[in-house]
Design a protein around this ligand. Structure first.
Ligand code: URA
Length: 429
């Protein structure tokens, strides 16, 4: 036991190991003490594994999340004179939805405060995508953040160190102890950051399928219900959509490639699935803050969302007119058979983009702005043998063979064609 400590970490580990509940005081103590680095990693690792195996009671998880929020600041957005609403996606391949969504919702009258992280593994991070725009900066001071929310209505920037610092420590430890894939730990990690962000409402996009954290709809539903429950318990109006991630979203995967596609959507075009998901999420966000009279589909068409995008990029030093970087090396993958493309595995395409340089394996790695995959044929399309299916982009041709290995078997022809519907379900009031 640590001298002067209120509790002994071993007692907490034994309690969870045996399937019992931690008290509020024990939870407050362990999260606070770990954030101050007064409890060693090995004890927290054992506690996380016990939670992974035994789960948490809803009241216990609510307190655990509250303690994570209290490890840092809870932002005060009361000086922003618009209703505030955010969106969080659990991450997917080609998921660039935040880029058109934040400006369209802002152009409809709400403010979108989005503190983001960087991508890890086969799904890209929003900050990495935006950093492919020449001049754009992810770091914004608190004063500039509030001013941009008031003036432009949307900010997507890097979260400061004072936003749920307990989560940074816990997530790093989960990453190396096989305890990431736990519903209470994922839910408290995501929701502690989103609640601390200070918005009035939140719409969650919980992805389902091979390219997502949650491979099946049942597990995704449990995660969504857990997060909606945590939001409600902390006064954050929360709704969740379960959406498809068995096939890449849109036609691009990779940082600058995805920005270019988002700009197409903001220009009133773009792939139908990206437009549909953007508009569906925007309607949910606007309804959550009582702004349902404006239709985001119109705001995408009439150029007002584009005006807000330009202001949002310029406010963070970016040049919305600058040409995006493009890849010097390309390789086209062609179809081997005639037939109808009935599946394109999101995970395989995500891994290929990652191997081409679009993603990072460790937090410290840098990412390529230009690397990625262009999806030239989507499920439902009939294609001939020899027709182009995918185009691989990279700065380094030596990366192409390993990307091709990832794509082996990714395309299915004339199969049952049972891809998931884009919007699978909605959870919340
Ligand atoms: N994203 C998070 O922020 N936390 C998790 O635990 C998983 C995904």
């Amino acid at each position: 036991m640590i001298a002067g400590a209120a509790f002994d970490a071993v007692d907490l580990i034994r309690t969870k190991r045996d399937g019992a509940r931690l008290s509020d005081e024990q939870i407050d103590w362990v999260i606070g003490a770990y954030t101050r680095r007064q409890v060693p990693d090995e004890q927290i690792a054992a506690l996380l594994m016990a939670i992974f195996l035994r789960g948490m009671h809803p009241a216990e998880l609510t307190r655990w999340t509250a303690a994570m929020i209290s490890s840092g600041v809870r932002m005060d957005l009361s000086t922003v004179d618009r209703p505030t609403v955010d969106k969080h996606s659990t991450g997917g391949v080609g998921d660039k939805i935040t880029l058109p969504l934040a400006p369209v919702v802002a152009a409809c009258g709400a403010a979108v405060p989005q503190l983001s992280g960087r991508g890890l593994g086969h799904t890209g991070g929003t900050l990495d995508k935006l950093e492919s725009i020449p001049g754009w900066r992810a770091n914004v001071s608190s004063d500039a953040y509030l001013a941009q929310l008031r003036d432009v209505g949307a900010v997507v920037c890097a979260a400061g160190d004072d936003l749920a610092p307990a989560d940074k420590l816990l997530y790093a430890l989960r990453d190396v102890t096989g305890t990431v894939e736990s519903i209470p730990l994922i839910a408290s990690s995501i929701m502690s950051k989103k609640i601390a962000e200070g918005a009035e409402a939140l719409v969650l996009d919980v992805k389902v399928g091979s390219g997502a954290f949650m491979k099946d709809a049942e597990t995704a539903r449990v995660l969504a219900e857990t997060m909606v429950g945590l939001g409600d318990a902390h006064g954050l109006r929360t709704v969740a959509l379960l959406t498809a991630m068995d096939v890449p979203l849109g036609r691009t995967v990779g940082n600058a490639l995805e920005v270019a596609e988002a700009v197409e959507v903001l220009s009133g075009g773009g792939p139908p699935d990206v437009v549909e998901l953007t508009v569906t999420l925007a309607r949910e966000m606007l309804a959550a803050v009582g702004l349902s009279t404006v239709d985001p589909a119109d705001v995408l068409q009439n150029g007002r969302a584009m005006d807000t995008w330009r202001a949002m990029i310029a406010a963070q030093g970016g040049d919305p007119d600058a040409a995006l970087p493009t890849a010097p090396e390309r390789h086209v993958v062609t179809a081997t058979d005639n037939g109808v493309l009935t599946g394109l595995d999101a995970y395989a395409v995500g891994v290929a983009a990652w191997r081409l340089g679009a993603g990072r394996a460790r937090k410290e790695d840098s990412v390529s702005a230009v690397a990625g995959v262009v999806v030239l044929a989507k499920p439902g399309e009939r294609i001939e043998a020899g027709a182009p299916l995918l185009e691989l982009h990279t700065d380094d041709p030596e990366r192409i063979p390993r990307a091709l290995v990832a794509l082996d078997g990714a395309a299915e022809f004339d199969g049952p064609g049972d891809t998931l519907p884009l919007i699978i379900d909605r959870i919340g009031a």
